[in-house]
Structure formats: structure tokens, C-alpha cells
Ligand binder design. Structure first.
Ligand code: SF4
Length: 500
């Protein structure tokens, strides 16, 4: 039992209320306000809260978004508990809102130390230090490790660790990037009761309930895709770390035995393959947990072969989420995706033949793609879905977040539509495409998103889905999926905001 520390620390998200809907922060690499929200458990933040609590800090988990707290309710909580520090996470479309919230909090609670982390503050740390009264900014991923280091420095009056920006004598101390010195296995297993895993059950991709999000690595061993904000800000090339298979297995056992979890989604950008995957699968099989829980994860085309698909199925894997992104090889190459269009069908087929489900993620609205190119993406997705090689898809417009090579290229090459201001961060919320298209209007790009979703309405797809319904659970899963598709279509059918 750790000795009690003096600091009282809140970890989470402030109320982030918007007429646009519920903001999807957490592991959402592609931000959206949703009418039909899903709440993904924020793994690094949950680890930070658990770790601080375990170390003896009086810690509070306050995800006001998932908890549905408004500003007054959050103030009531702060008035009552009087914490010393609030660590919160943000992204580009919410950064301005969070700067304003920081101002309000600082005015009302001058003693409350505000600690900001996330991909946008990491990409542009000086900007957030200048535009808001935050006390500290964690520059880099691994903000759970950094939060623990910061708390230790404040509790024990030590030097502020490298990678955490702060103020001294009224001046901003630019303190570099946070570098992980420990192993990911050194972090504790997230306490799901303390962090209210039950609030993170609205998710249409996963069949088992209760479900839990974990990360077996951060973030992606490929790490190059030019649009991928996490892998160019929080966890850039060379900083990828994976937990050991044994450590992940320990979390699986805890989730099943203590929380009753029926499905786990491993939200590592791409799960580690090769010897790591083999070892993890064997641990699942030998321990018998392959029969107790379903496991789903992100995957890359061409990263695993048919044998590995079979082993994953035997190990309890259920769904693999592949980034298709585009049906055009030129786009894939320009994005530095490192995959081949010709690998799409064989990869999906191998997964399906092994009994796994396949989820495709697709984007439209690339500044160089014509309508004919976007149609090629649609045709590929449709072919794969109607052949039964993929089960689910999601389609979004591409957004070049600050900190990504795609954003830098967009500024350099003037790819943004004329009325779009790259510094209007609110407008990165996917309410409208941000790029000019060679031959499509903004509405046509949005419609292309919906056209891709319309594959779900194809009678051949519906017939295939109906034939797969074998139980009430299958039926429920299918109905939830249908509801989510309608929600997505609604999100992309909103009128495109016009320039003032
Ligand atoms: S494969 Fe996925 S997680 Fe990895 S860099 Fe590309 S988009 Fe990001």
C-alpha cells in the first residue's frame, strides 16, 4: 500500500459541450462530433489515473463527456473536492474550447494547476502555452508516464521533467519532448471500476458486452501514414513500444475475471505481428481465455498471412480493422501507407476464411483525387463487401491535422479550399471537407461518404447479413450496426457550413 501523498489530482476531460454533438476525443484519431455518439475508453488517461491512485495520490476520474456532466456540475465537484491539479487531454477541433475552459478554470480556481496533453498541444506546444493559462503541457505521448513524473516532481519539489513545458517567473519554459525511459509493462493495469468502464459501452463495432478498450502498444510500428496524427505527434517514428504478450495477457485475465468483459478491442494503431502475435495467441489458447473473451484489433493489409489469421481465430480474435483509405494506389503511395491495393482482397479473404470479421476504414476528399478516383474506392469497397470478404466499413473525409505531413503539404501546396483558414481549428471537425477537390463540390464529397455507406443498403449485403443471424445476440449486433450507419449518414448529411 503506497503512503498517502499530499496532491489531489483530477484526470479526464472537462465538459465540452457543443451544439454540433458529442465530441469524440480519446483514441479517435479522426475527430468528429456525433449525433449517435460512441465513447471510447481513453487508455493513456485511464492508466494515468490508475497509476496516480496506486501511488497514493488522492485521484479522481472525471471524464465529463462520458459522464454527461455540465460546467456547473463540474464546478460543484471542484468546489467540493478542491483538487490541486487537473490533467486533461484535447485535440485540434476542441483546442480553442479547451483554452477558453482553462481561462474560466484559472479565474475561478487560481490554485488549480492545469495540465494539458494530447496530439494538438504536442504538435504546437508554444501556441497552447501562449493562448491559455495552463500551468503545464505534456509534449509527447506516454502522458500517463509523464503525469506520474510530474506529480512526483511537484509532490517532492523536484525539477520539472524534460518534455513537460511550464512557466517560471512569468516566462514559458520550452522543455523539449517527453521521452519514455521506462517500459510500457511498468505501467499498472487500468482499474476499470475506478475509471468506470461501464460508461464506455456505446460502440457499434463490438459484439460482446461489457467491452473494454486496451492498447498493447503505442502506437503503430508502421507509423508513417502522412495523415495519421497520433503517429506524427504523440508517438512518432522510432518511439513505438509494445507491451509484452504476458503483460497484455495479465490485463485480459483481469478484464474477464474481475470485470466480466466479453470483448476487448486492442486500440494499438496496428497490433504487433510476427513473434509477438504468435506468443500472445498461444498464451490465449493455453490459458483457455480464447474461450472466455473475444479480441479485436487494428491491422494492416499484408501484415499477416492465412496461417496467422487461423491462429488468431483460434486465440479468440473476432474482428480485424483494416485501413483501406483509398482504392487508388497513387493515393496509398502519396499517403505513405505502405500497402498494396492488390493485397486488399487476399488479406480480407484470408481473414474471412479463418472465420474473422473484417472492418474497413475508408476516406474520401483527398485534394488530388477526382470523382472517378473516389468512385474507384467505392467500387473496391463494394466488391469486397459484396463478395463477403468484409463485414463492416466506415467512411470519413480526410482531415489533415496540424502536426502531420499532410497538413504541412496542404499549406505548402494550397490544397485547402479557398475560404478555409488552416488556423481555424474548430473547422477540423469533419463537418465539411477542408480540401479543394479537382472536380467535386463539397456536397459531392459528403455524398461520396454516404454513397460508401449505402453499400450497407445493398439487398445482396442485407441478405448476407440476415443469413448470418444465428442468435438474439447476432440480431442485436446487426440492429446496433444499422442504427450506427444511419447515425453516420445523418452526420454526413448535415448541410455543409458555408463561409461567412
Ligand atoms: S497504419 Fe494506421 S495507425 Fe499506423 S501509421 Fe498508418 S494510419 Fe496510423
Amino acid at each position: 500500500m503506497a503512503e498517502n501523498k499530499k496532491l489531489k489530482i483530477v484526470v479526464g476531460y472537462p465538459p465540452t459541450i457543443s451544439a454540433k454533438g458529442v465530441p469524440l476525443l480519446s483514441q479517435n484519431r479522426q475527430f468528429q462530433y456525433f449525433n449517435n455518439p460512441t465513447f471510447l475508453f481513453p487508455v493513456a488517461m485511464g492508466t494515468a489515473a490508475t497509476w496516480l491512485k496506486n501511488l497514493g495520490y488522492k485521484t479522481y476520474w472525471k471524464d465529463c463527456i462520458a459522464e454527461g456532466l455540465n460546467t456547473e456540475q463540474f464546478f460543484e465537484f471542484l468546489d467540493e473536492e478542491k483538487p490541486d491539479m487537473f490533467i486533461f487531454d484535447t485535440k485540434t477541433p476542441t483546442i480553442k474550447k479547451h483554452w477558453e475552459i482553462a481561462k474560466v478554470l484559472k479565474e475561478k480556481y487560481p490554485h488549480l494547476k492545469l495540465v494539458l496533453c494530447g496530439d494538438h498541444p504536442t504538435a504546437l506546444p508554444l501556441e497552447s502555452m501562449q493562448n491559455s493559462p495552463i500551468d503545464f503541457l505534456i509534449c509527447g505521448g506516454y502522458h500517463d508516464f509523464a503525469s506520474v513524473d510530474l506529480a512526483d516532481a511537484l509532490e517532492n519539489k523536484k525539477e520539472i521533467p524534460k518534455g513537460i513545458w511550464y512557466r517560471k517567473d512569468g516566462k514559458i519554459v520550452e522543455n523539449g519532448r517527453y521521452e519514455l525511459k521506462k517500459k510500457l509493462d511498468d505501467a499498472p493495469i487500468i482499474d476499470r471500476k475506478f475509471t468506470h468502464n461501464e460508461r464506455y459501452q456505446k460502440e457499434f463495432n463490438l459484439a460482446g458486452r461489457p467491452l473494454a478498450y486496451i492498447m498493447s502498444g503505442r502506437d503503430c510500428w508502421w507509423g508513417k501514414c502522412t495523415f495519421c496524427v497520433w503517429d506524427h505527434t504523440l508517438y512518432p517514428l522510432g518511439t513505438f513500444r509494445a507491451r509484452s504478450p504476458e503483460n497484455v495477457m495479465e490485463e485480459v485475465k483481469y478484464l474477464v475475471d474481475e470485470i466480466g468483459v466479453k470483448e476487448i478491442f486492442d486500440d494499438c494503431g496496428t497490433i504487433t505481428v510476427g513473434a509477438w502475435l504468435k506468443k500472445f495467441c498461444n498464451l490465449m489458447i493455453e490459458s483457455g481465455y480464447n474461450k472466455k473473451v473475444m479480441y479485436s484489433c487494428n491491422m494492416r493489409f499484408g501484415a499477416i498471412n492465412a496461417e496467422e489469421c487461423k491462429l488468431m481465430k483460434e486465440a479468440g480474435f473476432r474482428l480485424l480493422k483494416f485501413g483501406l483509405e483509398s482504392g487508388n494506389q497513387e493515393t496509398i503511395d502519396r499517403l505513405d501507407k505502405g500497402t498494396k491495393i492488390e493485397a486488399v482482397e487476399p488479406s480480407c479473404r484470408a481473414a474471412k476464411e479463418a472465420g474473422l470479421m473484417v472492418h474497413l476504414t475508408i476516406m474520401v476528399g483527398y485534394p488530388w483525387e477526382t470523382k472517378a478516383d473516389a468512385m474507384r474506392t467505392y467500387e473496391l469497397a463494394k466488391r469486397v463487401m459484396l463478395k463477403g470478404y468484409a463485414d463492416v466499413l466506415q467512411s470519413t473525409t480526410v482531415i489533415p491535422y496540424p502536426g502531420t505531413p499532410l497538413n504541412r503539404d496542404a499549406v505548402k501546396n494550397r490544397w485547402f479550399r479557398d475560404e478555409f483558414d488552416p488556423y481555424d481549428y474548430d473547422a477540423y471537425d469533419m463537418a465539411a471537407p477542408v480540401f479543394k477537390s479537382p472536380d467535386m463540390t463539397l456536397e459531392e464529397i459528403q455524398q461520396m461518404c454516404n454513397k460508401i455507406y449505402s453499400i450497407f443498403m445493398d439487398p445482396r449485403y442485407i441478405a448476407m447479413r440476415l443469413l448470418k443471424i444465428k442468435s438474439w445476440q447476432d440480431l442485436l449486433y446487426t440492429l446496433k450496426g444499422a442504427k450506427a450507419v444511419l447515425g453516420h449518414v445523418e452526420d454526413f448529411s448535415r448541410p455543409v457550413p458555408q463561409a461567412e
